[in-house]
Design a protein around this ligand. Structure first.
Ligand SMILES: [Zn+2]
Ligand SMILES: [Zn+2]
Length: 283
């Protein structure tokens, strides 16, 4: 026994053919694969042109109006079929959709600030890990944000170390400066510029940009009462009035300060050169 597939019109054994709906006569039989291909084509037609095709025709026989008893089992096809009314609606109402999207974007403007906030936090963490530090400091011109980079600890940086500015420092007070480190601890470093004179006859020098009204006295006499040792031959403060005999003094106004590991970072990036032989011009 054999009959014809109503779609491909080829003759085949009845065992290979399907009766998909209530149609009779020459329309009775079809191959399962032919029916599924037909359903896929109908769905594609519908998606391309929803105003001209009917979604019903994908699963219903056009002639006898009964539902096909077999449908494609292809997963992506089924997904497409399920979402097709929505896709068709989007196609029909492109203008409404555009309006919807633009309203959503307006709304998301309010989302913008939280997102910006998160991006800021994220960048802060990233830059923090790269060794950047941010600090608000009060200056004569108001509050300023200072960004600096820290580096690994430089062991030679201790009190008594002398730093020479390299030509990487091109301007400002530190250009061509020589610095005596007075202290380098966890919380930061303090030092004096010692080669910039305010008054050469009185041996008064500018120690740096911080607190320029403060006065510090460096001298070479370990016997001065209450003085502190910076390194061999260099002492700071103590009872200097009246001035003890055979004592050379340098008066320094202001000082220089660095945050924790900031100076170490500057030395590592080549702004300063450690040169303890420069000590001679201290006096
Ligand atoms: Zn066929
Ligand atoms: Zn039919």
């Amino acid at each position: 026994m054999s009959d014809y597939c109503r779609i491909c019109l080829e003759e085949d054994a009845l065992d290979n053919l399907l009766i998909p709906c209530n149609c009779k006569g020459t329309q009775k039989f079809t191959h399962k694969s032919c029916l599924h291909r037909w359903q896929e084509t109908t769905l594609n037609n519908y998606l391309c042109c929803p105003e001209r095709y009917d979604l019903e025709q994908v699963l219903t026989c056009r002639l006898c109006k009964t539902k096909y008893n077999s449908t494609s089992a292809n997963f992506s096809w089924r997904l497409l079929y399920t979402s097709s009314p929505l896709l068709a609606l989007a196609r029909k109402h492109t203008c409404v959709l555009t309006f919807g999207i633009s309203s959503f974007m307006c709304f998301s403007f309010w989302l913008f600030f939280p997102i910006l906030f998160n991006v800021a936090i994220f960048s802060y963490v990233v830059f923090w890990k790269k060794g950047y530090r941010f600090k608000f400091i009060g200056t004569n011109e108001g509050i300023r944000l200072r960004i600096y980079k820290i580096g690994l600890k430089v062991n030679e940086l201790k009190s008594g170390t002398i730093l020479k500015a390299t030509n990487m420092i091109r301007d400002g007070m530190f250009k061509n400066s020589k610095i005596l480190i007075v202290k380098n601890k966890e919380e930061g470093a303090v030092g004096f510029i010692f080669n910039k004179f305010i008054d050469e006859t009185e041996n008064i020098r500018c120690g740096g940009p911080v607190n320029q009204s403060s006065v510090h006295v460096l001298h070479d006499n370990p016997d001065v009462e209450g003085c502190e040792k910076i390194t061999d031959g260099i002492y700071i403060g103590g009872k200097l009035i009246p001035r003890p005999e055979n004592t050379i003094c340098a008066i320094i106004k202001g000082y220089s300060a660095w945050d924790s590991l900031q100076l170490d970072g500057e030395v590592r990036s080549g702004l300063w050169q450690i040169d303890n032989t420069e000590c001679a011009c201290l006096w």
